[in-house]
Structure formats: C-alpha cells, structure tokens
Design a protein around this ligand. Structure first.
Ligand SMILES: Cc1ncc(COP(=O)(O)O)c(C=O)c1O
Length: 339
C-alpha cells in the first residue's frame, strides 16, 4: 500500500506507477499493447485530436471491499459505451475483451494505489484519440489508446453536501443527433464555459436543457439527473443527446427492484424539479449526490434543507454498499480482480 494521506483525497490527478498504451490504424483491430511508466507523451501539433477533437474516453472506479478485495463496478458497461463512442467518432471500434484486459492490467500494476476500504477509490480513465496528422477535416489514420489511474476522494469539495445548481439558459451541452450520447471529449469542452460562469456565481454545477426547444432537462455537466415525487422517480429518457450513465442504469434497477418504486424514463420539466420531494444526480464521479437548490430565470428554488433526502440517502447507501462489499451483490455487478 502506498503512503498517501487517504483521508484527504480530492478529485485530482496523482501520478501512479504506470499507464497502458496501445496503437491502432484505421481498418485494423485493436491489439494488446502494454504498460509503460507513468509520464508525459509526445504528439504532433497536427494530431487529429488536437485539431478536430477526435477523441473519447471512459471513467470507472476500483474499490477495496470490506474483505480487502479489489473490485471494479460493471466495467463491461464502460466497454460497451466505449465501443459506441469510438464508432461514432470514426475511431477503430474497441471491443470488450481488449478494453477490459487493458483496464485490468493497468489496475493490477497500480493496485497499491487503491485506497483502503471506505477511504475513496482508484479512478480509472481509459482514453483514445487520433494521433496522426490531419490538415483537412477527416478521420486520421492512427489512434492511441491509454489507460491511467488516480486515487480519488469526493468529486465536490467538502464531501457530500446538497448541490447548488443553476440552469444553463444561454448554452446547450449537446445537439439533437449530435454526439451527446457518446463520451466524446468535445462534449466536455462545450460545457466548460457555462460551468466556469456558474462556479464564478458560486454554483456547483449546471443543468442543461434540451437544445430543440428547452422544454425539458437533460443532465448536469458530469452526471445524470433524477427526481422523486411521491412514490415515482423520473429521469430524462435517453434520446440521443444524454450520456447513458452506468450509475443511472444501476440506480434505476435499485429503485425498481430493490426498493420497489416506479421509475419512469421520460421527459422531465424544470417545474417538476422545482416541485419535487427530492432531486439527485448520479455518476461514477459524483456517486449519488443530492441537489439542494436550483436557480433558473425566475430565481432560486430550494429543494432540500442542507441534508440528504431519505431516498437519495438510501440509494447512495445501497450503491456504495454493493461497491464496498457491505451489501450483497444480487445483480452480479462486481468484477473481482485477482491480485
Ligand atoms: C455528461 C455526463 N453525464 C452522465 C455521467 C454519468 O455516467 P456514469 O454513471 O457512467 O459515470 C457522466 C460521467 O460520469 C457524464 O460525464
């Protein structure tokens, strides 16, 4: 185990021992690459990714369970999403076996960076981009896939507090029929300006509306949204411009099958959020985090009084409980790593 101040981990990049690297040319299959020492890489200034944003990534976490075993959480879902994102960005499609083998190899070599039980997790970032050059707009010939890891604590500073969100009225995150449902790097660059403006106004994150008519909420810049009214949970339906979150999928299953609530994947309006009993967001980084207030054009709407709602708290406990091995893994979501 590394000597790290595990109690004070934030959500930052920390250097670890090694990272994974593989290359592939258009028309070829991804073949196994290998580990290299963690460090910087060289790229041509004309690289496809630097000029035309041809890149996509994934995010998953490794946890240490109460029995001191290291596990991944549903990494096959990340593999599936990576296959979809690569296809959409004209990057050679990555298959599941290749993706999982690379993630596992990187994790095993850096296993001493996985925080102790209950002290955080090892964030794993698989990322792929167009490496060779392009001057005219086109998919480039050669691609690089890397996996790096970093031990992390909570995504938001100060732990789990209800978030102060603001509605983005001047900017959209993703267009209909665009790349919103892929984990494309360009989606994140589109969200940076509204996020920075929001942070300058003391908000934690931004809620994006659907670009077509701004009638419905889509998601937060780095997480999916849920709303509880009575015994019904709603979450925006996956209509092509929302990222299909793995935590979203897991929370839907837990709410339906474990807790017995009705869950609707449908259109969700801002008014429904304002009038809700509980609003929360979900993601690998944010886990399940309550929303405390939402500020729109008509002012601030308070949703929670400084503490987590009952359902939000229950779902967070169930999910983190499964990930840490405290709650039985009845859906077979854990992927144990042989050290
Ligand atoms: C835009 C966006 N929406 C939703 C999510 C949640 O996805 P997941 O639960 O797979 O982490 C993420 C990633 O964390 C994201 O970047």
């Amino acid at each position: 185990m590394q000597k790290i101040d595990w109690d004070n981990l934030g959500f930052d990049v920390r250097e670890t021992r090694s990272m994974y690297k593989a290359n592939c040319r258009i028309g070829e299959e991804w073949k196994l690459g290998g580990l290299i020492p963690y460090g910087t890489i060289e790229l041509s200034p004309a690289a496809g990714v630097l000029n035309y944003g041809q890149g996509c990534f994934e995010g998953t976490k490794a946890y240490r369970t109460i029995k001191n075993q290291v596990v991944l959480f549903r990494p096959e879902m990340n593999a599936k999403r990576m296959a979809m994102s690569t296809r959409r960005l004209c990057i050679p499609e990555m298959n599941k076996e290749f993706f999982l083998q690379a993630v596992e190899e990187t994790l095993i070599d850096n296993i001493d960076y996985v925080p102790p039980y209950g002290k955080g997790s090892l964030y794993i970032r698989p990322i792929v981009w167009g490496t060779s050059t392009a001057l005219g707009v086109k998919p480039v010939e050669e691609y690089t896939f890397m996996v790096f890891v970093s031990p992390v604590g909570p995504y938001f500073k100060g732990g789990v507090k209800p978030l102060r969100l603001t509605v983005s009225n001047d900017y959209h995150r993703a267009a209909p029929k665009g790349i919103g449902n892929a984990k494309a790097i360009g989606n994140y660059s589109a969200s940076l300006y509204p996020l920075t403006e929001a942070k300058n106004r003391d908000f934690d994150e931004v809620i994006f509306l659907n670009a077509k008519d701004e009638k419905f909420v889509e998601e937060v810049g780095s997480a999916n949204l849920f709303v509880l009214t009575g015994n019904t949970i709603k979450t925006p339906k996956l209509d092509g411009s929302i990222l299909p979150g793995i935590t979203r999928d897991s929370v839907i299953t837990l709410a339906k099958d474990t807790i017995g609530l009705e869950v609707l994947e449908t259109n969700v309006t801002l008014t429904e959020l304002y009038d809700a009993d509980e609003v929360f967001c979900t993601g690998t980084a944010v886990v399940v985090t309550p929303v405390g207030s939402i500020t729109g054009l008509d002012g601030k709407h308070k949703i929670a009084d400084g503490k987590m709602g009952q359902l939000t708290s229950k779902l967070r406990q169930l999910l983190t409980g499964i990930q840490r091995g405290d709650v039985s893994d009845e859906f077979g979501w854990l992927y144990p790593i042989k050290e």
